[in-house]
Design a binder for this molecule. Structure first.
Ligand code: 2P0
Length: 333
C-alpha cells in the first residue's frame, strides 16, 4: 500500500489553455509537449488505516483538508481515486520537485503524473498508460502529458465523459535526442495567478480566445509533422507563434493577465536578434515569466552561456527529451 514514482515536467509546444469541463478536466483544445529530462517530481504515497486524515507534504511544507491549495488540487484528485476505485483508506503523500514550484515550470504536471503512477502501484489498480494519463488529468490537465516521455500529444477528445481525452506518445526521446530547451528562470517566486484561474478568466473575457480555438488545430498538425520529420524550423516557428497567440489571449482578458517580467522581455528580444544573426532558436513561455529557448544540441551551450549574462536571469537549465513517468524503489518516508 506504499509506492513511489518519478515523473518529469513537460513543456508545451502547442499549449493547453481553457477547459470545456472543469469537473472532468477536459480541455477546449489538444496540446503537444516535450517531456523534460531532469526537471522532475518524486512522490511517495501510502494508504493505511493508521492515517485518520489525508496529509500532503510538498517540498517540505504540510497541506491538509481545509487549505485551498490542498482542496482544489490533491484533495479533489483523491476524491476521484476514492470514487472510481472504491478506496476508503486515508493516505500520506510526500512529494518533492527539483525545480521551482508554481512559477510556470509545470510543477503540477510532474507532481500529478508522479502521484497517479504511485497511487496505481500502491493500490495495485492495474491501470495502463492511457488510463494513467486520464487519471493524472484529473489532478492537473498538463499532467496528462507527463505520463509519457519524449514528444506527447494530449487529445482534446469530443466525448462528454472524457474517455477519449488522454495522452499519446508521438515520438520516444531517442527519436530526436538533439532537441533542446534552455530553461531561463527569470524569477523563482510563485506566480500570482494560477493557470487554472487564468485560463477560466481567458475563456470568459478575452475577445481573442475565439481566434485561439480557430487556429490551434493547424498548429497541432504542423508540430506533429515537424516532430515526425525532425524539422526543427517547422516545430520552432509554430511553437513560438502558438505561445504568442496564447499570451495574446491572456493579455486581453479583463482584468489583464501579463505573466512576463523584464527578464522575459530581454530574452524574447535576444532570441529574435540571435535568429537574425543565423543562430537558430525560438522561444516559448507558459503561465509564468520563465522563457524556454528551443534549439538544437549544437547551439545549446552557446545560448546558455549568453543568457547567463543577462541581469534578470537567476538560473539556466538545459533540458532534452526525457523518459516516461515510472515507479521507483526509493521512498521519501
Ligand atoms: C500547457 N499550461 O499546455 C499550458 C501552457 C500553462 C500554459 O497546462 O487547471 O496547471 O491544473 O489543468 O495544467 C498549465 O495548466 O492547469 C498549463 P489545470 P495546468 O502546458
Amino acid at each position: 500500500m506504499k509506492a513511489s514514482a518519478i515523473a518529469n515536467a513537460n513543456i508545451a509546444l502547442v499549449k493547453y489553455w481553457g477547459k470545456r469541463n472543469k469537473e472532468l478536466m477536459l480541455p477546449n483544445n489538444g496540446s503537444i509537449s516535450m517531456t523534460t529530462a531532469g526537471l522532475n517530481a518524486h512522490t511517495t504515497v501510502e494508504f493505511d488505516e493508521k492515517y485518520k486524515e489525508d496529509i500532503l507534504i510538498l517540498n517540505g511544507k504540510e497541506y491538509k483538508k481545509g487549505m485551498e491549495e490542498y482542496d482544489d488540487y490533491v484533495g479533489k484528485f483523491l476524491s476521484v481515486v476514492r470514487q472510481n476505485y472504491d478506496v476508503n483508506l486515508r493516505c500520506k503523500i510526500v512529494s518533492n520537485n527539483n525545480f521551482p514550484t508554481a512559477a510556470g515550470l509545470a510543477s503540477s504536471a510532474a507532481g500529478f503524473a508522479a502521484l497517479a503512477v504511485a497511487v496505481n502501484e500502491a493500490l495495485q489498480l492495474g491501470l495502463d498508460k492511457k488510463e494513467l494519463s486520464m487519471l493524472a488529468r484529473r489532478g492537473s490537465g498538463s499532467a496528462t502529458r507527463s505520463i509519457y516521455g519524449g514528444f506527447v500529444e494530449w487529445k482534446r477528445g469530443s466525448r462528454e465523459d472524457g474517455t477519449d481525452s488522454y495522452a499519446e506518445q508521438i515520438a520516444k526521446p531517442e527519436y530526436w535526442p538533439e532537441f533542446r530547451m534552455v530553461v531561463c528562470v527569470t524569477t523563482k517566486e510563485a506566480k500570482k495567478i494560477k493557470s487554472r484561474a487564468g485560463m477560466a478568466q481567458t475563456v470568459k473575457t478575452s475577445p481573442m480566445y475565439k481566434a485561439w480555438l480557430e487556429t490551434v488545430d493547424e498548429d497541432l498538425r504542423a508540430v506533429r509533422e515537424g516532430i515526425l520529420k525532425r524539422d526543427f524550423t517547422l516545430v520552432g516557428q509554430t511553437a513560438e507563434h502558438n505561445c504568442l497567440k496564447m499570451h495574446a489571449t491572456m493579455i486581453t482578458t479583463k482584468p489583464s493577465i501579463i505573466y512576463w517580467n523584464a527578464g522575459t522581455m530581454d530574452i524574447i528580444h535576444a532570441v529574435l536578434e540571435w535568429r537574425d544573426e543565423g543562430l537558430e532558436c525560438y522561444f516559448t513561455i507558459d503561465a509564468g515569466p520563465q522563457v524556454k529557448i528551443l534549439c538544437l544540441e549544437k547551439d545549446a551551450k552557446e545560448i546558455a552561456e549568453r543568457v547567463k549574462e543577462f541581469p534578470h536571469v537567476e538560473d539556466v537549465i538545459i533540458t532534452y527529451p526525457g523518459e516516461d513517468a515510472k515507479v521507483v524503489d526509493k521512498h521519501l518516508f
